[in-house]
Design a protein around this ligand. Structure first.
Ligand SMILES: Nc1ncnc2c1ncn2[C@@H]1O[C@H](COP(=O)(O)OP(=O)(O)OP(=O)(O)O)[C@@H](O)[C@H]1O
Length: 580
């Protein structure tokens, strides 16, 4: 049955198996005291009221004492069961979330190009939560509810042997299959609707995330009303899709109750015709109630499973996404890298239908500084992204010191490459820890030296907390130029032989630009450097310039060689010169 879908995830119960087993045991105590204990108590209590010549003294006290005893067992069972199940549930949730998160870390950049951040957040938070709810509720209910049903049925059997009539049991049990029909019909609908509702939750998260990541743009372009409308629409869609789930979810219990009311009437009729006494009659009612209660609960469990199945589909979409940049099974070591990069007949496509880089053939010597220029969209960033294997070539090969990058472990390959991005991205941590990313075991002394090399030491020291200053979310408490210098300090600390430098496009003030430029020149010394040159100010320090156009390298050489020979280069350069 459909529980099979969840079986691979039951392994998460293993670390909490003791609590889980105790929780189940508590569930059985609860079930037995509800299904068997309560009807039994009622059987002895009712005659106390209806029969004038009832028991007295110790016997009376004994019967009365049964009430609190049964209720104490039931209460203890109920509490321990609920608490231990919540305990195991939260532990399961933690593990599932971590598994999904870890898998997301291993996914290539291409995956994030295709999927929205908000939707992924919704999958990590919302869908894991649904799955956790299902695993715990299902496993718990699958013991507790049938145990209650069996206890109540056992009581009916016990009573029928005493009353010499087995017909109540048969009638009570005969109605169970009838209750399964609405459970099945509603379950199928819930699966469909829940999938849509979760998808809409992802969309809602996406709109929220996009808005919160673009707070400046929203204000600058007066997009507040448009954004509110977009969010409102997503909210409404989510509400409508969720309400459909609620409708089916909530229809189940009343439906089952109607079915069981007929069964109860028939069972009572048989009991009355057979002239059972009041105590037995009341206890039959209680036992029947205890029989149908679990059926109802199991129906709601079925709905939970359906909802969780929809969430599982969304989670498995992430978990089953294979790494399109796979790790080699027979890794070679790069050893101490000189930094020679060679690209042979490289072709690259993001999607099947468009070639972004075509027939790229280039050899970059160790220690060479190479600038990549070309019109926007020509393929410069893509070219640089292939070296650390953010993407893999679709044809041809890239070699570092003669070794194909696909034959090296990604972690080793990337340890030899430092990246200075266009938009320096800092983590919400101290400045020291942000620089330390370049070398996790670096001492404060090493961090300060790296900051000095990056022309960052002075401004850091001038801050109240110095290196311990918290930079805020994404480094928002620092200026663009300061962030950039911290990211250059990171690269200094990493001391990698290959540097990829995505030149900042946003205009920095002259002083900041000068400091960054000077730091980058220092950083470039003795290393192989690829500069994605958006502005041409850095070009003069390059040993070679590669001119990209529509995914091809159309010219290569120094500025002095290219200016007269390449029309494209000349026009790009002149346009830049005019702007300055
Ligand atoms: N993640 C992606 N998925 C699909 N296509 C992409 C992706 N990234 C870039 N492209 C496409 O690949 C082509 C090359 O883009 P690339 O970013 O390499 O150009 P670029 O020369 O660095 O441009 P710019 O100077 O504007 O940064 C463009 O047509 C772009 O639309």
């Amino acid at each position: 049955m459909y529980l099979k879908r969840f079986s691979p995830y039951f392994k998460f119960l293993k670390p909490v198996r003791v609590q889980f087993a105790l929780g189940l045991l508590a569930g059985i105590v609860y079930a037995a005291s509800s299904g068997f204990g309560l009807p039994l108590v009622i059987k002895y209590l009712v005659p106390l009221v209806t029969e004038p010549e009832g028991p007295t003294g110790w016997k009376l006290l004994g019967i009365l004492a049964m009430v609190p005893i049964v209720f104490v067992f039931r209460a203890l069972g109920s509490f321990a069961n609920a608490y231990l199940m919540a305990y195991t549930g939260m532990h399961v949730l933690e593990q599932i979330r971590r598994m999904v998160f870890e898998h997301i870390q291993s996914l290539p950049l291409a995956f994030f190009g295709r999927n929205k951040v908000g939707d992924l957040m919704s999958r990590v938070m919302g869908d894991t939560s649904q799955l956790q709810g299902a695993i715990v509720k299902v496993v718990d209910s699958l013991i507790k509810e049938p145990a209650t049903l069996i206890s109540a049925a056992a009581y009916l059997v016990y009573l029928s042997t005493k009353e010499n009539d087995i017909s109540f049991v048969l009638i009570a049990l005969a109605t169970v299959p009838a209750c399964v029909l609405p459970v099945k019909a509603i379950g199928t609908r819930i699966l469909k609707k829940a999938g849509k509702a979760q998808k809409q939750a992802g969309e809602l998260n996406h709109v929220l995330n996009e808005n919160l990541s673009a707070t400046r743009e929203v204000r600058a372009y007066n997009l507040e009303a448009r954004e509110s409308e977009r969010f409102g629409k997503a909210c409404r869609n989510f509400l409508e899709k969720s309400l459909k789930v609620v409708k089916y979810d909530k229809a189940l219990t009343p439906l089952i109750e109607v079915v069981t009311s007929f069964a109860i009437v028939i069972a009572l009729y048989v009991a009355v015709v057979n002239e059972v006494d009041e105590g037995a009659l009341a206890s039959i009612l209680a036992a029947l109630y205890m029989c149908y209660q679990p059926v109802k609960k199991l129906g709601s469990v079925s709905n939970t499973i359906r909802k969780a199945e929809a969430s599982l589909d969304r989670l498995e979409f992430v978990l089953h996404t294979v790494d399109t940049v796979p790790e080699t099974t027979a890794p070679q070591s790069l050893g101490s890298v000189k930094g020679q990069i060679s690209m042979q007949r490289v072709q690259f496509k993001y999607t099947d239908d468009s070639v972004v880089l075509d027939d790229i053939q280039v050899d970059i010597a160790a220690g060479e500084i190479v600038a990549l220029v070309g019109p926007s969209g020509a393929g410069k960033t893509t070219f640089a992204n292939l070296v650390p294997r953010f993407y893999d070539v679709t044809e041809g090969s890239i070699r570092i010191d003669g070794i194909d990058v696909r034959d090296v472990l990604k972690s080793e390959l990337r340890s030899h490459i430092a990246l200075v991005s266009q938009e320096a991205l800092l983590f919400s941590d101290s400045i020291a820890n942000n620089i330390r990313i370049g070398k996790p075991d670096a001492s404060l002394e090493e961090i300060k030296i790296a900051a000095e090399m990056a022309n960052a030491h002075e401004f850091i020291e001038a801050l109240d907390q110095g290196y311990e200053t918290e930079v805020g979310e994404r480094g928002s408490r620092l200026s663009g130029g300061q962030r950039q210098r911290i990211s250059i300090a990171r690269a200094f600390l990493k001391n990698a032989p290959i540097i990829i430098l995505d030149e900042p496009t946003s205009a920095l003030d002259a002083e900041s630009e000068h400091q960054i430029q000077a730091a980058l020149e220092k950083l470039s010394k003795g290393r192989t450097v690829l500069i994605i040159a958006h502005r041409f100010s850095t070009i003069k320090h390059a040993d070679r310039i590669l001119v990209f156009d529509a995914g091809k390298i159309v010219a290569s050489g120094s500025h002095a060689e290219l200016y007269p020979s390449s029309e494209l280069y000349r026009s790009l350069y002149d346009k830049q010169a005019q702007r300055q």
